[in-house]
Every structure is written in structure tokens, then in C-alpha cells.
Design a protein around this ligand. Sequence first.
Ligand code: IMP
Length: 190
Amino acid sequence: MPETAAAPDIVTCRGERFRLYLSEDEIQTRILELGERIAADYADVGVPILIGVLNGAFMFTADLMRAIPADSEVDFYKLSSYGESKVSSGQVTELKEVDAKLEGRHVIVVEDIVDTGLSMKYVIDQIQTRNPASLRAATLLRKPDAAKVEVRVDYVGFDIDNLFVIGYGMDYGQLARNLRAIYILDREAE
Ligand code: IMP
């Protein structure tokens, strides 16, 4: 495998400083654990379909699917993003529905991060109307202190501080999604 450059401790995005928070290794190790758990949970249930929530969850969805050592399917749902803000607008707008037939399926909604919880709740409520056989949720990150609505998440990678993060699919004004590690806004630099 080609070697990848070590992740820097500090990155700058749109003029703001972010510091390394979760390394590529920590992220991938945790995703492997989640994949094993999902495989075990669905072994006697059926083939799950992962519904990745775009854009932020595209990377996590791909890695989670590869971490599940059993059959799974994938499709995507697209919601509007934060734009260039670091604060959730509270407005969730649907930009692309799921194409796959979900009735009778075992659905796992896959989010990059649950912040206020509004997006996850919106997607879960929408998918519920399509009569899946079962419906669970997975997220790589969750900010417990930012929750505005209660939403049950069955597979959580990491509970994190209530600060803005970038990298590993998550953006700041559409940038920084390419970073392999996750960076958090540097408080001292705020
Ligand atoms: P929520 O609806 O407030 O839970 O926010 C969900 C969506 O907002 C996530 O799927 C992300 O796309 C985005 N988001 C929330 N927090 C962050 C963050 O710290 N960095 C980047 N994007 C975020």
C-alpha cells in the first residue's frame, strides 16, 4: 500500500485554526468495531441497506460498508448543508430522496455527525413513512451537549466536545472534507 503523509497537528481552513482531534488510526479502528457489531447484529436478521446522508457522510459510509464483513447495500439521501456557517441553521431541506425501495428492508441511516440531532430526526422520520422492516441509525460523531431533539442512535463512533469539527468528509464552507483525520476548532484561537 502506498504510504500516506502523517497528519499535521494544526490545519488552517478559511482563516481559522483547527487542531488534530481524532487520528486516521483512531477513526479506522473504531469503524472496524462498528462494522463487526453491525455484522453480528444483522447476521440472523437480513441484509441491511446503509443510507448515507450526503454530503458529509460519504466517506464514513464507504468505510463503514467496507468494515462490515457481510453483505450490505448502500444508497444515499441528500440534505442541504450548513453553507459557510459553523452553526446549525435548524432548517433541514431535502435535496435528494433515496431511490431504493425501502419497504420491508432493514435500514441503517448513516450520518457523519449528530449535532442538534435535527437532520438525523428528519431523515429517520422520512424513512419511517416508507415502512422499512427495521430502522437504526449510525453516526461517526455525536455532540451530546448540542442536542436539541432526542434521537436514538444505535451505533456511535465517538461522543465529542461541542465544538466545530472538520475533516473526514466534514466541511467548513465545502473545504476540508479531504482530510483523513478529524480536526476541532482551536478554542484558544477563537
Ligand atoms: P444537525 O442537524 O444539527 O444534527 O447537524 C447535522 C449536519 O450538520 C451533519 O450531518 C453535518 O453535515 C453538519 N455538521 C454538524 N456539526 C458539524 C461540525 O462540527 N462540522 C461540520 N459539519 C457539521
